[in-house]
Design a protein around this ligand. Structure first.
Ligand code: SF4
Ligand code: SF4
Ligand code: SF4
Length: 352
């Protein structure tokens, strides 16, 4: 079937069945701002930031949740659209307690960028009544500060659709709306596995990496792309570095993980500069360890393995390898055992 055609901002664009107006616009290089939209998850049209004007439609329509149709005529930045977007941004700002000066998200907050783009300064709307904002910091990894939450639902979709953890949902009604872990317990007493995908999905400063708080602004940090060392999946991570020290880790939008990480990859890196970390090989002598160089340590291991093989036979030796190293290193390990030592006693932690 030939692709259908619609018009956006005066230019025609083709589209495939099932695409939304947002899909077509983004695919054609037209920026339509969004807040609740999150890659490859169900569009909800919750935030209304992406509203566009469609000729003949009674109201403005959310581009993320409106299917493109043949012959549609769409305006993405008409005066009516801009006026509506400004009001939406004002309402979002007014619904929380936003103070960008001291907010951890300053510089990477999508609501702040929208306020700048549409020059929304002070919200004209009053703050909601004095319901205390939910604040949670009783775990080692995440802080949840719902004075900044805009109820976009990205965290819920990241948890449920990306990670398939089903740990959080939108709870309560109206002004009492909030993101809840099952039973409205803190994360630490819930089904949450602390993968931190909700943190990565949050467009504002409502979910924070606890260890990165106060450790520097985004523009002071350098990103270093590397591979998570924890398992054989090889997830790509961006390490945020300030003054030569790791500040936090985020999932890189690259193969194989496409931005996702588990708790170990995202939060388990503090061994890097931990004072107890082993930095040199240790050799035990007379019941106590002493530091040694690599050559000395490897020579000792090689001579002890040779002794055991020659005196007691190769079957007295076994090789145990790791899912944390590459396939090639695992191959070499079994080769060493079979071809050099002469035993088939080889195993691997991933088999447990
Ligand atoms: S969440 Fe965004 S808009 Fe709100 S205070 Fe933080 S930086 Fe500012
Ligand atoms: S940390 Fe992971 S499991 Fe827990 S709520 Fe966030 S996305 Fe869900
Ligand atoms: S916590 Fe963040 S991602 Fe979740 S609904 Fe609030 S603003 Fe959106």
């Amino acid at each position: 079937m030939p692709p259908s055609i619609l018009t956006i901002n005066g230019a025609t664009h083709s589209f495939e069945a099932g695409q939304t107006i947002l899909d077509v616009a983004l695919g054609s290089g037209i920026t339509v701002p969004t807040l609740c939209n999150y890659k490859d998850t169900t569009p909800t049209g919750a935030c209304r930031v992406c509203v566009v004007e469609v000729e003949g439609a009674r109201t403005l329509l959310p581009a993320c949740a409106t299917q493109a149709a043949p012959g549609m005529v769409v305006q993405t930045e008409s005066p009516r659209v801009v006026e509506a977007r400004k009001m939406v941004i004002e309402l979002l700002l007014a619904s929380g307690n936003h103070n960008c000066l001291v907010c951890e998200a300053n510089g990477e907050c999508e609501l702040q960028s929208l306020a700048y783009r549409y020059q929304v300064t002070t919200p004209d709307f009053a703050n909601p009544p004095d319901t205390p904002y939910y604040y949670e910091d009783d775990n080692h990894m995440l802080v949840r500060d719902f004075s900044k939450c805009v109820m976009c639902g990205r965290c819920v979709r990241a948890c449920n659709e990306w990670q398939v953890n089903q740990a959080i949902a939108i709870g309560y009604r109206g002004a009492h709306n909030k993101i809840v872990a099952r039973g409205d317990f803190p994360y630490v007493n819930s089904d949450c596995v602390f993968c931190g995908e909700c943190l990565q999905a949050c467009p504002v400063g409502a979910i924070l990496d606890k260890h990165a708080i106060g450790q520097g602004r985004p523009w002071e940090r350098r990103l270093v792309r590397t591979t998570c060392p924890y398992c054989g999946v090889g997830c790509q991570v961006d390490v945020h570095v300030k003054d030569g020290r790791m500040v936090k880790v985020t999932g890189a939008d690259a193969i194989p993980n496409l931005g996702k990480l588990c708790a170990k990859g995202r939060f388990g890196w503090h061994f890097v500069d931990h004072p107890d970390r082993l930095k040199t090989p240790l050799i035990k002598e007379n019941g106590a360890f002493r530091e040694a160089g690599w050559d000395e340590a490897l020579d000792l291991v090689a001579s002890r393995l040779k002794d055991i093989r020659d005196k007691e036979g190769p079957e007295k030796i076994g090789g145990w390898c790791s899912a944390r190293v590459t396939n090639e290193e695992n191959y070499l390990m079994q080769k060493l055992m079979r071809a050099v030592i002469g035993t088939n006693h080889v195993d691997h932690c991933a088999r447990l």
